[in-house]
Design a protein around this ligand. Structure first.
Ligand SMILES: Nc1ncnc2c1ncn2[C@@H]1O[C@H](COP(=O)(O)OP(=O)(O)O)[C@@H](O)[C@H]1O
Ligand SMILES: [Mg+2]
Length: 271
């Protein structure tokens, strides 16, 4: 879908850890229905940016506005309830629960009476539970885990675990979803599947912010790419303009093959 109105607007965002500036005066925005790629060498500040958006770390400076409203300083559960969900670099399912139950837990931010009454099966929570189960089932179908509905999560393959994480994040009814290296560890066919799912998420009008090292995966999905290096934004451009951006090539120096840059002497292609 064509990107809609701006959902999240980040400006002058900084985070210091002691003497290290992990995120340095960063600005960018993500629109509804847009996939924005966030790349940069290891240690560039990508995951820290996610942690700032989700409220896990307090920012040293800056502003993060959702629909124009400031969210800096809000605790993580409030930010989640405003529609920001993330997946992690490592799958973190609740063991001892089925696939369906894991997805249901992801919906807790959308429940009126909270999760506990639903889990205890009390009173009007039962109708809420039925609605929740139905929603979980739809999301399980959407990510292609229909056959594994009742499977204990410990028996899922790594790739299936990644799909479960995605369904669980969607259960929270996000308006922005943050993916931190979702393609890592997936087989080529699982990558294709995940790519279709992310495209489908954006097509529902959800804003997507995607950190990914697999440049083929990222460049085929992202409508725009922001590049960080040592915490600073060094580029914000269309994917086709990123590969040959001198500052980006410089940041990835010695590793130009990672971004698929057209190096004239071929020196970057030895990775
Ligand atoms: N909790 C933390 N405490 C201290 N330093 C951190 C912490 N988290 C990240 N850093 C440092 O901040 C920088 C950015 O890290 P990170 O955001 O994880 O980078 P990326 O995800 O781009 O690889 C790195 O130098 C990292 O060592
Ligand atoms: Mg990271």
């Amino acid at each position: 879908m064509t990107a809609g109105k701006t959902f999240i607007e980040i400006s002058n965002l900084s985070k210091r850890f002691g003497g290290l500036t992990a995120v340095d005066d960063v600005d960018f925005e993500v629109r509804e229905g847009e996939v924005l790629g966030l790349i940069g060498p290891n240690g560039a500040g990508k995951s820290t940016t996610f942690n700032l958006i989700c409220g896990y770390y307090p920012a040293n400076t800056g502003s993060i506005r959702l629909d124009g409203k400031e969210i800096i300083g809000q605790p993580p559960h409030k930010i989640a309830a405003l529609g920001i969900m993330r997946t992690f670099q490592h799958n973190m399912p609740f063991e001892g629960m089925s696939v369906t139950e894991n997805v249901m837990v992801g919906a807790h931010t959308t429940l009126h009476g909270g999760l506990i009454p639903v889990l205890l099966g009390t009173g009007r929570a039962r109708s809420e539970e039925r609605a929740l189960r139905k929603k979980a089932d739809e999301l399980i179908d959407f990510v292609g885990l229909s056959e594994e509905r009742d499977t204990p999560v410990t028996s899922l393959s790594f790739g299936q675990g990644r799909l479960l994480e995605t369904a669980r994040a969607l259960a929270g009814e996000p308006r922005l979803i943050l993916f931190d290296e979702p393609a890592a560890g997936l087989t080529p066919s699982e990558c294709v599947r995940l790519s279709e799912i992310i495209r489908g998420i954006a097509d529902r009008g959800i804003a997507v912010l995607l950190i990914e090292h697999d440049m083929h995966f990222l460049m085929s999905l992202a409508e725009r790419v922001v590049v960080l290096n040592f915490g600073s934004k060094i580029a914000d451009a269309l994917p086709q303009d990123i590969r040959n951006n001198p500052a980006v090539i410089q940041a990835y120096l010695g590793d130009a093959a990672v971004i698929g840059a057209d190096t004239e002497n071929g020196s970057g292609a030895d990775a």
